[in-house]
Structure formats: C-alpha cells, structure tokens
Design a protein around this ligand. Structure first.
Ligand code: BG6
Length: 489
C-alpha cells in the first residue's frame, strides 16, 4: 500500500575544491609537475583576454614546451593556487565552523607518484593527504575524494603520450591500490574521475591531449576515454576488495538540455545532444557497456575504438555505486543555425530567453537542477551526489573587511530549495558539495577574479595578497542553512 509518509532530507551538505586549483606548493613534499601545472598565462594579457582564453584558444604544444622549461610560478596561477597546501588546517577549521558535513577535494597523482610510473609512492605525499583527511574526520566532516581532477603527472604525457596509451591503466591501478591501502580508512566516498565527459570539450583537461592538429583528434579522444572507462571499472573492482562498503562513483559535467520548441526536429536534436554529451559517459560507467546509439555516432565521425578481450566483462563488473554531476547551467537545443549563443561550463551553449546569466554568461536555472536529479534517478536508480554547483562572480573586499554577496546567497537559496523538492519527488540524494566553497583559481579562465567561495581569499590574479581568509555574507547564510538542515534530519 502506498500510504502517505514523511520524506526525510537525509542528504549531506558540503563544499568542494580541487587540488590543482587550491594547493599550490607545486614542488613541496616531493611533488612532481602535473599537466595542470603546465597551463600558462601571458602576463601581458588583459583580464578580458584571460577570461576568454580557455574557450577561444585551448592549450597548445608551444605552451607545453615553454612550461616544461620554466620552473617559475609567475605566470602559472595553478602552481600557486591559494596555498591550501600550507593553510589546510586553518581552512578545515573554517569549514568546520560552517558546519560542513562533507568536503570534496582531489588527490594529486603527482604528489603520490611524481612521475606516475614509479614502483613505490612518495611517502611525503601520502602523509599530507592522511593528515588533511584525518583533520576533516576530527571535525566530523566526511571526505569525498576525487582521484583525478584533470591533472596527471606530466611525465605520463611526455614519455607515454598520456591517456591514449593503454599502459596508463597499469600505472593507474598502482595509484588506486595505494590510495585504498594507505588512505582508504580516512575517505568516505571515492570518485575516480572528475567530469569524465570533459574529454570531448576540453581535451587537455579531460584526457591530457593537445587539441591540434584536428585530424585524428576524435579517434584519440575516444580511445583515451576507453582507457579511462577501464580505469574507473578497475577502481570499482579494487574498491570492492580493498575498501569494502565504501562507495565508488562516476561523474559528468551535466549540460541539462531543453528543446527550443516543440518542433520534432528540435526534440530530436535535444535527445542527441544529451546522448553524445552526457548520457554516453554515465551509461558506460553505470550500466557497464557502450550504448547502441554510440555505434551510429562513431560511424558518423569515423572513430574505431581498439578493445582487448576482457574489456567488456570488466566494464560490467566495474559499474559505479553512485552517479555524480556538476551543475552550473542549462541550454537549449535546436537545429536552427542562427540561434543566439552564450557561454557555459566547458562549452558554448544556446540561449534560453526565460533565464538570466552569470557575469560569465552561464545560464542560471535552479529548476533545471531538480529536472536533472529526476532524470538521473529515473535512468540509473542509483544514489546521486551533486558534486559541484555554485556561482562564479567578481567579489569585492569592502572597507568593513567583508564581502557582501547577496547574489551568491540568492543563487544558493534557489538551488538548494530544488534539492528538497527533488528528494520529495523520490530522488535518492546522497550529498551536495557546493563548488569552490573557499575561493580558488578558476579552472577555465585561470583567474582569481572569478570567485565561487563563501570564504574570500586575499590574493589577486598576479599572486599578490596576504592570503588572509575572510568570511563573506554567504558564509553566515550557508552556516545557518546547514544548521537548519541538520536540525530537520
Ligand atoms: C568544473 C570543474 O567544470 O567547473 C572545476 O570541475 C571548475 O574544476 C568548475 O573550477 C567551474 O569552472 P570555472 O572555469 O569557472 O573555474
């Protein structure tokens, strides 16, 4: 009988960052250089050029060559981050003051294996993450750890060609085994890859490929992805043996898509945009096989993936235990070529006349979060984590030594309200980790000017500043919201 019963809001509220955007200390503790440490900003660029660089001019071979020869941090914001590496104790104390229930960060592979192909791990790297996660535990904060948030040891690219090379699976298995055996007791949830679909839209980030020349790029992307899918399956399989009871998940950058009109052609476009950009990735990770619609697509773009015996069985065996996504915007699908465009996370999108945008042009759509949660719940029937969501904005430190950010409070309020509605819809929501809980370097725009945090970091885009942490108005708002949420559960 379907008797009326009260729905409990038992999901966890948290915050997220990534090691490559926060830690800095790019040589400290024996760390090797990573692929994200190579991303370079010309000091002569204007802030506007910096902000649009990622989408208009992806990472180049010339930049990699220059960066490999350069040991400086001046034009490499990601080498500096917010110096979280040296501030993590006080930063975690601030997160505890917020009442955070779960903290998502990533582990830098090149801190544990500086080159990626060593047989033994770097003990100083393990000690750092052990201490960081133990600090979280001490404050009652659960840990969601991403194994790869875009960055891998750069040596794996220069010596092996990156993810295109199947040998990376061997190195990854060694890395994962170390993570589980040495850090397994201080991590609660594991995510092998951040936004695995970034491969297609930002190849250097996603699969560590320089996106030129264009010829052969799709083949290289999908072959690399196949190796990442197998690594994800290995992470699940090894997790079952080495950290039994802990959940290992899969994540995409979600591009929630609406047909522009009720024209059948627009609906077909929306269906296919979602299949190729989003569902394909989670279908492989959660259902354990390549969906049939990809055969049509691979034929169309001339991609043939090289597989080996045992791959199909491994993908089945290594199906993820939860699905996760980042959510920043929604977009419109249409086959009308002249539709107005705007920016979005990782991609250019089509404009929806019913939505407003952030300062960076990303379309703000709280209801789309509820829609996405329902879609994932219906499609996979697995627990769900909203691994990233937040507002990037220019913040100003005022004379009264704070940041008044009503725009961020409004954004969070609207999006968090949709979580409760989705749970009432029947969605099995495990956690929500707000993106950039503390200001970090923006990944796309490589700038400190695009801030997401409820905690301000006094550091500018050239790396100048006191590094002081300042509570924004949104800090107090989120603290009270979390307290009320805990009360209600
Ligand atoms: C996600 C990434 O795609 O978007 C994060 O996982 C990133 O690393 C976030 O920071 C927001 O994008 P940006 O470009 O504003 O930093």
């Amino acid at each position: 009988c379907f008797a009326r019963k009260e729905v409990k809001m038992t999901y966890l509220l948290g915050g997220a960052i990534a090691s490559s955007q926060a830690e800095g200390g790019f040589h400290d503790g024996g760390k090797g250089p990573s692929t994200q440490d190579m991303r370079y900003l010309d000091g002569a660029w204007t802030p506007e050029q910096i902000e649009t660089k990622h989408q208009q001019s992806p990472f180049t071979q010339a930049e990699l060559t220059a960066a490999l020869a350069d040991d400086d941090t001046t034009y490499y914001p990601l080498r500096r981050g917010i110096d979280f590496y040296h501030h993590y104790k006080t930063d975690i104390a601030l997160l505890a003051e917020l009442g955070l229930q779960v903290f998502r960060t990533s582990i830098s592979w090149s801190r544990l294996y500086p080159n990626g192909d060593e047989l033994e791990p770097n003990e100083a790297g393990i000690a750092y993450y052990r201490d960081l996660f133990t600090e979280c535990q001490r404050h009652g904060i659960k840990v969601l750890a991403t194994m790869i948030h875009y960055d891998i040891p750069v040596h794996l690219v220069t010596a092996y060609g990156g993810w295109q090379n199947r040998q990376l699976i061997t190195f990854f298995k060694r890395y994962v085994t170390t993570l589980y055996t040495r850090l397994g007791d201080v991590v609660d949830y594991w995510l092998p890859f951040n936004e695995i679909n970034a491969a297609k839209f930002s190849p250097w980030d996603g699969v560590c490929l320089i996106p030129t020349p264009r010829a052969g790029l799709d083949q290289a992307i999908y072959q690399s992805l196949h190796h990442q899918f197998l690594c994800s399956a290995w992470a699940v399989k090894l997790g079952r043996q080495l950290v039994p009871g802990k959940l290992v998940g899969g994540m995409i950058a979600r591009f929630t898509t609406y047909p522009a009109t009720c024209k059948p052609e627009d609906n077909l476009q929306a269906l296919q945009d979602e299949q190729y950009a989003n569902w394909f990735y989670l279908d492989v990770l959660a259902r354990g096989s390549y969906p049939s619609y990809m055969t049509r697509y691979f034929n169309k773009i001339g991609v043939h993936i090289h597989t080996e015996p045992g791959d199909a069985a491994l993908l089945q065996e290594g199906r993820v235990g939860f699905v996760a996504f980042s959510y920043y915007f929604s977009q419109v699908a249409t086959n009308q070529p002249d539709w107005e465009q705007t920016a979005g996370n990782l991609i250019m999108t089509k404009k929806n006349p019913y939505l407003t945008t952030s300062e960076w042009g990303w379309q703000i759509d709280p209801v789309g979060l509820r829609i996405t949660l329902n879609q994932l719940n219906d499609r996979y029937g697995l627990p769900i984590i909203v691994a990233e969501n937040g507002l990037g904005a220019h913040d100003e430190l005022t004379a009264d030594d704070t940041v008044h950010d009503p725009y961020r409070i409004a954004y969070l309020k609207a999006h968090l309200a949709q979580l409760d509605l989705a749970v009432a819809d029947g969605v099995n929501l495990l956690a929500y980790t707000m993106w950039g809980i503390i200001d970090i370097v923006s990944c796309g725009a490589l700038t400190m000017a695009k801030r997401y945090g409820v905690i301000y970091v006094d550091r500018d885009n050239a790396g100048h500043g006191s590094d002081r942490r300042v509570r924004k108005d949104s800090f107090y708002w989120y603290r009270d919201y979390i307290a009320a949420h805990k009360e209600a559960t």
